[in-house]
Design a protein around this ligand. Structure first.
Ligand code: SAM
Length: 269
C-alpha cells in the first residue's frame, strides 16, 4: 500500500486522525498504521461504521446534487476530508461545469491529497485551516479569492460538527451564516444515537478519545435544528441521514442505522 506523502514534519504519526481513519473506512490508502489500528478498533466496537460512512457520503452527494440543480454554484466545504469517491467538485461539475468549490480541512494529509487531485483547476481551491476560526477561513485567499459571498454559497458541514473540540458550534456557524447572502445554503450531518447500544456508544467515545479530535458531540434533532437558526429547512427537514431525499425508498428501520441526523437549510431571500 502506498503511504501518503505530505511534509513529514506536519504529520503526527503517533496519534490516530479522523480524516485518515475515515479514509480507511471508505477504502482509501491515505492512512497510516496508527490510523488503521484505531479504525479497526472502531469497527470492532461499532461494526455499523462502514455502513455509517457510506450513508454519510451518500447524503453529501444527494445534498450537493440537489443544491446544484437549484442553481447554487458555489460551495464552501468545511472539514472536507481526504478525497474519495464522489467528491463535491466532481458532483457539482457534473451538473454545472462552472461551479466553484473551496475545500477547507485542518489535516495535512487530507489537504495534500486534495491539492494533488485538483492540480491547477481554477474552479477549485484547497485551504488548510481550522473551521473553528471562521474569520480566518472566510478571509483565506482560497476562500475569499474564489467565492463571491454577495451571491448564494452552500456551506457544507458534513460529519464534522460532532468532532470539533470546541462545542460552540452555534457561535461558529452563526459567523458563517452572517457572511452569506440570501439564497445561501447550510448542509449538516451530525452523529446521533438512533440505533446504537450503550456499549457501542461508549466504545466509539473511547476510541475517539485516543485521536486528535477526542470529543464526540452527539446531537439530538433539536440540537441540530438550533444550528440551522436563521435558515428555512428544505423538505424533508432534519431526518436520519439515509432518509434525506433517498434515491430509493428505505424503511424507518434502515434509516435509524444512519446514527446521524442530516438536513439542508436555505437563507430566506
Ligand atoms: N466532510 C467529509 C465527509 O463527510 O465525507 C469528511 C468528514 S471527516 C469524518 C471529518 C474531517 O474534518 C476530517 O477530514 C478532519 O481532518 C476535518 N477536521 C477536523 N477538525 C477540523 C477543524 N477544526 N477544522 C477543519 N477541519 C477539521
Amino acid at each position: 500500500m502506498n503511504e501518503p506523502q505530505p511534509d513529514p514534519s506536519e504529520v503526527d504519526l503517533t496519534t490516530p486522525n479522523i480524516a485518515r481513519m475515515y479514509d480507511y473506512f471508505l477504502g482509501g490508502a491515505a492512512n497510516f498504521a496508527v490510523d488503521r489500528d484505531a479504525a479497526e478498533e472502531f469497527l470492532r466496537v461499532y461494526p455499523g461504521n462502514l455502513a455509517w460512512s457510506r450513508i454519510n457520503r451518500a447524503f453529501l452527494g444527494r445534498a450537493v446534487t440537489t443544491l446544484t440543480e437549484m442553481g447554487i454554484d458555489q460551495f464552501l466545504d468545511l472539514g472536507s476530508g481526504v478525497p474519495t469517491v464522489g467528491n463535491v467538485h466532481e458532483i457539482a461539475h457534473q451538473h454545472n461545469p462552472d461551479a466553484r468549490i473551496a475545500y477547507v480541512d485542518i489535516e495535512s494529509v487530507a489537504v495534500h491529497h486534495a491539492r494533488h487531485l485538483i492540480g491547477d483547476d481554477p474552479r477549485v481551491t484547497v485551504t488548510q485551516a481550522d473551521l473553528r476560526q471562521p474569520h480566518s477561513v472566510l478571509n483565506a485567499s482560497g476562500v475569499a479569492g474564489l467565492l463571491d459571498f454577495t451571491r448564494p454559497v452552500a456551506v457544507l458541514t458534513v460529519a464534522i460538527l460532532d468532532i470539533i473540540d470546541n462545542a460552540d458550534a452555534l457561535g461558529i456557524m452563526s459567523t458563517y451564516r452572517d457572511a452569506c447572502s440570501p439564497g445561501s445554503a447550510l448542509v449538516i450531518s451530525n452523529g446521533a444515537v438512533l440505533r446504537m447500544t450503550a456499549e457501542e456508544k461508549a466504545g466509539i467515545e473511547s476510541v475517539m478519545a485516543q485521536t486528535s479530535t477526542p470529543h464526540v458531540h452527539w446531537r439530538t434533532r433539536q440540537e441540530v435544528a438550533e444550528i440551522f437558526s436563521g435558515y428555512e429547512l428544505m423538505e424533508p427537514g432534519i431526518v436520519p441521514s439515509a432518509q434525506w431525499r433517498p434515491t430509493e425508498p428505505i424503511s424507518d428501520d434502515e434509516a435509524l442505522r444512519s446514527n446521524g441526523y442530516a438536513g439542508v437549510g436555505i437563507l430566506p431571500r
